[in-house]
Design a protein around this ligand. Sequence first.
Ligand code: ZN
Length: 418
Amino acid sequence: MASRTPTSRGRRPAVPEGLNETWAKDLTDQFRRALSTKRMNTLTRNTTQQQQQSPGAPPSYSSLRNIPLVATAPSDRNSLRFRSMLLSLSNTPCRWENPGLLDEALRSIPLERIYDQAQEESDLYLAEAASLGPNTKPAWGYQDCVVRALMKWFKRHFFQWINNPKCGACHAPTIAVGMAAPLPDEQARGANRVEIYQCSNAQCQAHERFPRYSDAFVLLQTRRGRVGEWANCFSMLCRAVGSRVRWVWNSEDHVWTEVYSEHRKRWVHVDAVEEVWDQPLLYTHGWKKKLAYCIAFSADGCQDVTRRYVRNFGKYGLPRTKAQESAVLHIIAEIKNMRRRDMNKTDKFRLEGEDIREDKEFRQNVIESLSREICRMLPGRPDADMLKAQERAREAQLARARNQHNAQSFNPRDQQQQ
Ligand SMILES: [Zn+2]
């Protein structure tokens, strides 16, 4: 009954003669209905999926990082809460801007020794540059070397890392037993919480208080603490020796310092706890840690510096769910404007230029990271993990060969001894 033309593909129904128009209209209607149902199904499916993935959460930062965002004032509860937190954190570096106290802080530092070391290192960089050619710039300048020497002294001779403080009475180790309210003198020195420890020595059992001070100038006297105290006190001392300094807060419970290198015209990562200089990939590539936010605060600005520390967002980025990204931009701009409100035009202009250069540096980081990833995926390119695995296999083979050789050369003597 069906007449098939040689060109038909078998899907077209037979068209009764004289009914061409009605048939076409019916088919169009059917097609419209089918399309409409399909669209509705897709829409419902997508909405359900989105709701299942993250109820009420903003889209992940990784999905947004390539879309130009417009700063929008925070309006939802999460973004407003994040704003309050960042505003409060942003005060930390402002507390160091006290010339009298900074001068006093300088008296705690063996300045002559630090300047001598800095001069020595700076001369080495100069000599190295000279050996490389007449137009080569030294890797680091004198002031960079001052901060490097300061970091070494701070870590090796000045500040102490404390997990559990030793018993004040008998110096035995202590065990954490809880928290307590600060005593009036602790409160007067800025401690907002106090950890309580008990001596593990059965004859002693004395209690030891560990007030967590957040005042960098008080920390100059106590000279002990964990990462918060370290970064706070060290950053303040960098300021005291005349560097421009940033205090970097990370949402995964870490803080560190950034110092502006006039020589390199860029901000440099400094972690006094680790005695590490300019190794921004320490946390991700080194510690295999995933990070969401790294926000830098200074007396003259505020910057989201996450892209300095997380180059590969797919691998090391955590979802940024504390606020809408457009709100984060707004909050950072708000803090920046607040810090620069009373500045003259020249300084403002200079800092804006610096911000633009830094943003360019971040974009360059992302591009480099992406191109490395692409190179890694290209067929025929050696994969870093594969190379490591091959290296391990080679080492294991060598170790086996060595063991075999040792066994063979020692066996005769062993037999003689038996
Ligand atoms: Zn004790």
